[in-house]
Design a protein around this ligand. Structure first.
Ligand SMILES: [Zn+2]
Length: 403
């Protein structure tokens, strides 16, 4: 069994070791060493990366059968004796977040009595699932404030091993199920949190720098709390600062006035939309008035037909038809040509003329089967059709009226 040196020392990054087994993982060369500082993916914490000789360590996993640590490599030609080098930036980021998680988890117990049930360390965000359905902003802030106080107090973080039997006598936050006589690795944040954990942690809480809750989300009966620590929290602050600076520049206002400015813009936008709707309605009504003299008698009704070809929407057609049918005994047969040609028929005559039936009978002229309606109004279309095709449909409908 290879010695896991990171258990007792998370800070050594360079070491010498001997290859004791050569194998493959997922078709990639992999080696087992007699001792290693490389952390394998376990307990919610991702693996280290780095170098073994000239080979890049791309993944580190634990073999289930015997607990051996497999270092996956980008090449197979590794000598029997190698020097290992661990990528510090990634390791330290994991140390900050893992230790930060211990502190935040304890802080939620201390402030709202909500224990942590799950932990995930992702490349972007880290999350804990805490056993509470909902928390107020003030409650989350209280936990965050306590967590950062522990960071600022720069408390020692001690790691030690005890037997399960000894561990069971201690006030441990989380103890995994283990066989009697097993050794338990304890992580002790002085006078604040004691828990069993196999990950890598900072030696003093001050190294975490900052613990920042960046979001919460309800997950079934739990609350998922997203957080960032140290360097990642600073990068996140930087990113948010740039967004804020862009917005204050675009809106020509201070950051304290941003929400008010956006709210004002939204209100103005709503008023402008309303004004625009009114103007559009008036314009269409005025346009409709121009057609007053274009009605022709067919039997005992007056009929108007027209093809619009200027991007009129079905709402526009409806508005025009509604205006023209304010007078009785009128039938309006109009359509729009283009990519989404439409027919719209409307009647203010009696029910002996059924607009739905009339429209269905002429839809084929514009290559559509989609449409229909009531006796007084019908519409259909949606496919591309030329002015000629729409005109043919309207003329056919008009002819059918006189039958
Ligand atoms: Zn831990």
């Amino acid at each position: 069994m290879s010695k896991r040196l990171y258990y007792t020392d998370a800070y050594t990054l360079k070491f010498d070791a001997n290859v004791i087994e050569r194998t493959e993982v997922d078709g990639q060369p992999a080696v087992v060493l007699d001792q290693s500082y490389f952390y394998p993916t376990t307990g919610g914490q991702p693996h280290d990366v780095g170098l073994l000789g000239d080979a890049v360590v791309t993944n580190v996993v634990v073999r289930k059968e015997d607990g051996a640590v497999l270092h996956q490599l980008d090449r197979a030609d590794l000598p029997d004796s190698v020097s290992g080098k661990i990528d510090w930036e990634r390791r330290f980021d994991h140390m900050q977040h893992h230790c930060g998680q211990h502190i935040l988890s304890r802080a939620f117990i201390e402030t709202v009595d909500a224990p942590t049930k799950g932990f995930h360390m992702g490349p972007a965000l880290c999350t804990i699932d805490i056993d509470v359905a909902e928390l107020s902003k003030a409650e989350i802030e209280a936990a965050e404030t306590l967590a950062n106080r522990i960071v600022q107090e720069n408390r020692p973080v001690d790691v030690r091993e005890v037997t399960l039997e000894v561990a069971q006598t201690l006030p441990i936050r989380k103890l995994p199920p283990l066989a009697p006589g097993s050794m338990v690795r304890l992580v002790d944040i002085t006078d604040f949190d004691l828990t069993a954990c196999g990950g890598t942690h900072v030696a003093r809480t001050g190294e975490i720098g900052l613990i920042k809750v960046v979001g919460t989300e309800r997950r079934k009966k739990m609350l998922r709390v997203s957080f960032l620590c140290g360097g990642r929290a600073i990068k996140d602050y930087d990113r948010k600062l740039h967004v804020l600076q862009d917005l204050t520049r675009l809106l020509s206002t201070g950051e304290e006035n941003l929400a008010g400015s956006v709210d004002k813009m939204q209100q103005e936008g709503k008023l402008m939309s309303r004004d625009l709707r009114i103007l559009r309605r008036d314009k269409l009504a005025a346009e409709a008035k121009k057609f007053e003299d274009a009605f022709e008698p067919v039997g005992n009704v007056s009929v108007f037909t027209h093809v619009f070809n200027d991007g009129e929407s079905v709402d526009d057609l409806r508005q025009i038809a509604t205006t023209l049918c304010e007078k009785e005994d009128r039938i309006v047969l109009i359509g729009s040509a283009g990519a989404q040609a439409m027919l719209l028929f409307r009647s203010s005559a009696d029910d002996s003329y059924h607009m739905g039936d009339l429209l269905r009978g002429v839809l084929e002229h514009i290559g559509s089967r989609s449409g229909g309606g009531r006796a007084d109004q019908a519409q259909g279309g949606g496919q591309a059709a030329t002015v000629e095709n729409v005109s043919a449909a309207l003329q056919a409908a008009r002819s059918n009226l006189s039958v």
